[in-house]
Design a protein around this ligand. Structure first.
Ligand SMILES: Cc1cc2nc3c(=O)[nH]c(=O)nc-3n(C[C@H](O)[C@H](O)[C@H](O)COP(=O)(O)OP(=O)(O)OC[C@H]3O[C@@H](n4cnc5c(N)ncnc54)[C@H](O)[C@@H]3O)c2cc1C
Length: 377
């Protein structure tokens, strides 16, 4: 197993529980990638931004991801009990807000596609929205409510999975820098620092670095890695129980258990001259302006922290989950953009595929299978 984010740590746990001897290789720190730096939203709705930009045909192709996310949120409901720790999970539901009639029409069209994927979405008119979410601005005209959505504390989740994996017998080798992989007669050799670990089967769950590792096995995965940013306010009295989005502009907003408001929505950060993600001040201001327009009650709060990290993506927003056709015995577990929400289900499915048994979750997987494209090298 390569990668100690939610994808790798969760897959390692599920494999170990099913009796597989697993070594998890993390080049840096468990949870030190996107899994520990994300905004902690537990999504199921189709994100509005790509729906608007890529259209209804794209949203139709995205339906299997909605099913994956819904199954995953089912696992999130049990996760604290399963891992035996507090992950600050709460399910207040998600509210997508429309501020114009055109936005409300888009929300309604998107809801049809979400319902066809089995998601329960309630459309709200102006008054119902005000009753459900009185903290929203007067300009909120209507919206959609998805009851299964929620939030968790990302800093706790990958470490909790890794601790459970260790307790289930997984060997964790971390902090030796990026591992390299090569084929051997029987399987794969993973080199990490001074160590070489031989394995019959390999799972690459390395977030944005997954493409580079797959390329070492001759596979060309169309994977992107983009810097985005999030910020958080000082704590306030609880007044936002929902995960809040808006259709017109990029926004995700939620209140954590300690009362601070996390504000994001996929705003671009930038890379510094050493290639490290850093916050873009202009985008931070723009993100805050949107947030204050939708939830005016945050205007008096001080911002205490903002941060940037690389998010793993694909252009079509589809996960890549399954065995590499070019490299039998090597599997990919890669959920782009929403990999925190989708992490538990993707890991359970990946473990099932490695074990060669039918997936224990009912998710249409065909469009997630790695393609048989060879890379030029
Ligand atoms: C700012 C931000 C906000 C986000 N908000 C949300 C959100 O609210 N909800 C949501 O669902 N998703 C969100 N995401 C996306 C989500 O965080 C990611 O999709 C998810 O965490 C990916 O998990 P992962 O385990 O695949 O990758 P990562 O968490 O990136 O883990 C990959 C691990 O692999 C290790 N690694 C890489 N290469 C090697 C190598 N060669 N050898 C050994 N180890 C290696 C890395 O060090 C890293 O620890 C957000 C992402 C960002 C950046």
């Amino acid at each position: 197993m390569i990668g100690g984010g939610i994808a790798g740590a969760a897959t390692a746990l599920y494999l170990a529980r099913d009796g597989v001897r697993v070594t998890l290789v993390e080049g840096a720190v468990i949870g030190g990638g996107a899994s520990g730096a994300n905004a902690g939203s537990l999504h199921a709705q189709i994100p509005h931004d790509p729906f608007r930009n890529l259209g209804a045909a794209w949203a139709g192709a995205f339906q299997p991801v909605v099913t994956l996310l819904a199954r995953s949120l089912g696992m999130w409901r049990e996760l604290e009990a399963d891992l035996g720790c507090d992950l600050e999970i709460a399910f207040g539901g998600g509210v997508m807000v429309g501020a114009t009639p055109a936005e409300c029409d888009e929300i309604a069209a998107k809801a049809e596609i979400e319902r066809a994927a089995g998601l329960d979405i309630t459309l709200l008119g102006r008054n119902a929205l005000r009753d459900a979410a009185p903290y929203l601005a007067e300009t909120a005209l209507g919206g959609a409510f998805c009851a299964i959505e929620g939030k968790a504390n990302p800093m706790r989740v990958a470490p909790a999975y890794a601790a459970a994996a260790r307790a289930a017998g997984v060997t964790i080798v971390a902090g030796q820098g990026p591992a390299a992989i090569a084929r051997t007669g029987q399987g794969y050799a993973v080199t990490t620092g001074e160590r070489v670990i031989d394995a019959d089967r390999l799972v690459i769950a390395a977030g944005g670095a997954t493409g580079g590792l797959a390329a070492q096995l001759g596979a060309d995965l169309a994977i992107t890695s983009t810097p985005i940013q999030v910020c958080v306010t000082e704590p306030a009295e609880p007044f936002v129980p929902h995960l809040v989005y808006c259709a017109g502009e990029k926004l995700s907003l939620k209140q954590s258990r300690v009362g601070s408001i996390l504000i994001g929505g996929g705003w671009d950060a930038r890379l510094d001259d050493r290639g490290r993600p850093v916050v873009d001040a202009a985008n931070l201001s723009a993100n805050l302006r949107v947030a204050m327009r939708i939830v005016p009650g945050i205007a008096g709060l001080n911002l205490v922290r903002s941060w940037a990290a690389l998010v793993n993506g694909t252009d079509d927003w589809l996960p890549i989950i399954g065995e590499l056709p070019q490299a039998p015995g090597a599997f990919i577990n890669y959920v782009p953009w929403l990999g925190f929400s989708g992490g538990p289900a993707a890991a359970r499915i990946t473990a099932d595929l490695v074990l060669g048994k039918p997936p224990s979750l009912d998710v249409p997987l065909a469009s997630f299978a790695p393609k048989a494209t060879l890379n030029a090298g």
